[in-house]
Design a protein around this ligand. Structure first.
Ligand SMILES: Cc1cc2nc3c(=O)[nH]c(=O)nc-3n(C[C@H](O)[C@H](O)[C@H](O)COP(=O)(O)OP(=O)(O)OC[C@H]3O[C@@H](n4cnc5c(N)ncnc54)[C@H](O)[C@@H]3O)c2cc1C
Length: 440
């Protein structure tokens, strides 16, 4: 049987491994850390339990729904909660999410502006949007763009929105103009926030319970932790690891970030190396704070205001029962940065986080953060310029010609949530199965 090697045991690599087990295809899997899970891991600190990044399972569509419920040992809580968009630097004006479906929460003069803008656009011939900013404007109108999307996305991505292509993401909700007509407080259109407020989360152990349950189903002898890949020789089909291991492969599955995959290739054509320069990203500092409760009632707030450093705040102790000791709570801030476009040191990020929490009234005068951790996720947001899509295609085709498959958000360089990342791992295993044993 041809040798199959997986490198990277985040959720997509684990998904790939599980599908290979199901198809009885032997493999060896290597991971640089000493545990599986990648970004979906959880740390204990000072009596709190912090996820590496705030993770919830927002939706389990079709195939992945059955797949998750079939994982023995994984007890998923069905959670409901409110999330919102905080307009302004205090918590007084939070509009329930999705923003575009709850426009009646806005003051009358703002609603009038949004309505006026929508009416003015009726029948106007719009040219197809070329840039992301044009797409967002065409989808939501100037009022919603100026109030929410422009500030939120600029702070989240730290990249000029008019230099990103319109099809970079399709995650912008369409406005429900009917919601402009509802009375102001409390009223919501039936169905508003249906997707946003319902999610799943492990009953105990944090988000890491998910990769642990997946890894428990894998043959232990196939897993090699503490193995960092340092070179791929695509001509000889050999892998070299920093711990001295050298191993051949026939088919290889990688979920490492695509720019790193290209950098690890021993030989690669200049056009492949050149294409990797179009794989843009923005890094994220994830700041986890354990505090003396209480925290606001939302599980997630998006924050477009440029006077505040974070673009999102999450409150996982609302949905993760064992994450905080009795009477305490967790607040998580995400702050984007980039070494050239938007430099921010970890020390400054911590200071800004603390000041931002006080400014919003989440930390009261005299109230202290009991425990704080900071994690820098280098490839947090994958970004596109107008050449990125073609560059990804070129790199993936080159790799595939050498029987190297990539999976996951960073291996495929596409904005993906957990279920989709896992599904790309399953898809890679199927492609390999078709090569090893024939389709079926
Ligand atoms: C801040 C943040 C919040 C998010 N929130 C959500 C959310 O709420 N819901 C949701 O569904 N999705 C969320 N996501 C997306 C989700 O994290 C990803 O879709 C998913 O975890 C990607 O898994 P992966 O296996 O593709 O990548 P990774 O988790 O990055 O796995 C890659 C693996 O490769 C290993 N590796 C890297 N280099 C090497 C090397 N040289 N040698 C060996 N091993 C190596 C890494 O250690 C890692 O284990 C979030 C992402 C971020 C950044």
């Amino acid at each position: 049987m041809a040798s199959v090697v997986i490198v990277g045991l985040g959720l997509s690599g684990l998904g790939c491994a599980l599908e290979l087990v199901r198809r009885r295809i032997p493999f060896a899997a290597y991971e640089k850390e000493n545990a599986p899970g990648g970004l979906a891991r959880t740390d204990a600190a000072g009596g709190f339990r912090f996820d590496y990044g705030p993770h919830i399972l927002l939706e389990l569509p079709g195939e992945s729904d059955a797949w998750f419920s079939g994982l023995p040992g994984l007890d998923l809580l069905r959670c409901t909660g409110a999330s919102g968009v905080a307009l302004g630097a205090r918590l007084e004006s939070v509009i329930p999410a999705p923003f575009q479906q709850n426009l009646n929460w806005l003051p009358l003069h703002v609603r009038a502006r949004i309505l006026f803008d929508a009416v003015a656009r009726i029948g106007r011939k719009e040219k197809p949007p070329g840039a992301y900013s044009e797409y967002a404007l065409a989808r939501c109108g100037r009022g919603i763009y100026d109030l929410f999307l422009r500030g939120y996305d600029s702070k989240r991505l730290r990249f000029p929105l008019d230099q990103m292509p319109a099809d970079w993401t399709n995650r912008i909700e369409k406005p429900w103009l009917r919601s402009l007509m509802l009375p102001r407080s409390g009223a919501r259109l039936p169905g508003a926030g249906k997707r946003e407020g319902r999610f799943f989360y492990p009953r105990s152990g944090g988000i890491e319970a998910l990769p642990r349950a997946m890894a428990n189903l894998l043959p232990e002898g196939s897993l090699r932790y503490g193995s960092k890949l340092m070179e791929i020789d695509p001509r000889l089909k050999l892998l070299a690891f920093t711990n001295g291991t050298v191993t051949p492969y026939e088919h290889l599955v990688l979920s490492l970030p695509l720019p790193e995959i290209v950098a690890l290739l021993k030989q690669s054509p200049p056009e492949v190396r050149g294409a990797a320069e179009n794989l843009l990203y923005t890094s994220i500092y994830v700041l986890n704070a354990g505090i003396d409760g209480p925290v606001p009632p939302w599980f997630l707030l998006r924050i477009p205001d440029s006077a505040l450093p974070f673009y999102r705040l999450s409150f996982p102790s609302h949905y993760s029962p064992d994450s905080a000791p009795e009477g305490k709570a967790i607040v998580v801030g995400e702050i984007s940065h980039h070494p050239i476009r938007h430099f921010l040191s970890p020390g400054d990020a911590r200071r800004q986080f603390d000041q931002g929490l006080r400014r919003m009234g989440i930390l009261q005068p005299g109230q202290r953060i009991l425990v704080e951790t900071i994690r820098d996720i280098q490839y947090g947001h994958v970004l596109y310029n107008h050449a990125t899509r073609a560059s990804i295609r070129l790199i993936l085709e080159y790799l595939r010609a050498g029987s190297i498959f990539t999976c996951g958000k960073y291996g495929q360089w596409r904005d993906m949530l957990i279920p989709k990342s896992i599904l790309t791992g399953l898809a890679a295993a199927r492609e390999i199965a078709a090569l090893v044993t024939g389709p079926g």
